[in-house]
Design a protein around this ligand. Structure first.
Ligand code: RM4
Ligand code: MN
Ligand code: MN
Length: 410
């Protein structure tokens, strides 16, 4: 505490002198929520090799126990996304009760539309009506599961695409997609949202049926108001301005959620903020700009979608959550009024400086004090390491995991 306190006083004096309201910034930080993915806690790898980790979660129950550790030390990660069938269990009511006993909620339900032989040519877009039926039925099953779990998000990612020119009729695939999604959308209760994720390549390499945000947007618009676009940070070509996509979707009321992760080259699913923290920060800059606009209605699910192969899973997840917190905290330090004035005057340098200076601010003392005020340790990673959980589960989880509950890699 004492080590952070001095830096905290210097920082908050400075922020107050800049006319910022420290208390409301702290309130926003305490209210932030980030969902972690069940598949981020089990063994995973690349298509070359899965390196097993001692103590990695083997069952959905163990994944939840691990997620509870992330929430215990960060205080802002109380929900967990599930992937069906990786997280298939006999009794979903029991799973829900277990989650609640850990202080967790079950979040987005992700149907798996890519790991069955039937999906060789696609799921919703397949030329084979039996494959399409299977995909739709699986999503209907996921809606039923979500209802039992108390979850109100159906998160759709399709691996659909073609790998050779001429393989299939692109427009016919588009029509099949619209038809199948409409049936699933119609089956959702009024409280449920469908998030539609796009990705420009992989596993198909010639074209992907939902290749970018524009295609996802058009599909959502046709479905209805409760269909919104999900932005996964790893799903764009290199150099794409993701924050612009975010701003555009916010303005159209169609930003449904995020899959936070980080990439160096492709869909790398690395620790959030580990490669390009400035991009993450600029995304939060747009999110706050949207939140402050009374003309804009926002309901955004902040989720992590990472798959760490080498680092210990829980530690990486804590790093990710902390990096998201820091990006948000920094973006909260921008003086919005002054920025708008500089923009209107065309003072490019002053406007950029305001954005850059906030990014350069060391917000760790602020977050340390926020955590202490929430009854947490100032440093989640250090506290987790000192807690002895890794050692405990390494001893308990000696037998091999079942092979169908993990993410094998892209
Ligand atoms: C995909 C996509 C989905 C995720 C799967 C495992 O690339 O990001 O969101 O569920 O991977
Ligand atoms: Mn994703
Ligand atoms: Mn992905």
């Amino acid at each position: 505490m004492t080590s952070w306190k001095k830096a905290y006083n210097v920082l908050t004096d400075d922020l107050s002198a800049r006319g910022l309201n420290v208390e409301s910034i702290k309130k926003a930080l305490k209210a932030q929520r980030i969902e972690t993915p069940s598949w981020g806690y089990s063994d995973s790898g690349t298509r070359f090799k899965v390196f097993r980790q001692a103590g990695a979660a083997r069952t959905t129950f163990e994944k939840l126990a691990d997620a509870a550790q992330v929430h215990k030390y960060t205080g802002v990660a109380p929900s967990v996304a599930l992937h069906i069938p990786w997280d298939k269990v006999d009794d979903y009511a029991k799973l829900r009760a277990y989650a609640e006993s850990l202080g967790l909620k079950l979040g987005a339900v992700n149907p798996n539309l890519f790991q069955d032989d039937a999906y060789k040519l696609g799921s919703f877009c397949s030329p084979d009506p039996a494959a399409r039926r299977k995909a739709i039925d699986h999503c209907l099953e996921c809606i039923a599961i979500a209802k039992t779990l108390g979850s109100n998000i159906l998160s759709m990612w399709l691996a659909d695409g073609t790998s050779s020119p001429g393989q299939d009729n692109i427009r016919a695939r588009k029509h099949r997609l619209a038809e199948g999604l409409a049936e699933v959308y119609a089956a959702m209760p009024a409280s449920m949202r469908m998030l539609v994720e796009y990705k420009f390549f992989e596993p198909a390499f010639y074209m992907t049926d939902l290749g970018d945000w524009g295609m996802a947007y058009v599909v959502c618009q046709k479905l209805g108001e409760r269909a919104q676009v999900l932005v996964d940070l790893g799903h764009h070509p290199l150099g794409t301005n993701i924050e612009q996509i975010v701003a555009f979707l916010i303005d159209e009321g169609r930003l449904g959620g995020f899959h936070f992760n980080n990439k160096k080259f492709a869909d790398d699913d690395l620790t959030v903020g580990s490669i390009n923290p400035y991009e993450l920060y600029l995304i939060f800059n747009e999110l706050i700009d949207g939140e402050l606009d009374p003309a804009v209605k926002m309901d955004v699910a902040y989720m992590i979608d990472e798959s760490i192969n080498i680092k210990p899973k829980i530690e990486s997840m804590i790093q990710s959550v902390v990096n998201v917190q820091e990006a948000y905290a920094r973006a909260l330090l921008i003086d919005r009024k002054a920025l708008a004035e500089a923009q209107l005057k065309g003072d490019v340098v002053a406007a950029e400086e305001m954005v850059v200076q906030a990014f350069r601010t060391d917000v760790r003392p602020l977050l340390a004090v926020v955590r202490e005020e929430m009854g947490l340790d100032a440093d989640p990673l250090v506290a987790f390491r000192a807690g002895g959980y890794e050692k405990k589960v390494q001893a308990e989880r000696k037998s091999a995991g079942s092979s169908d509950t993990g993410y094998p890699g892209a």
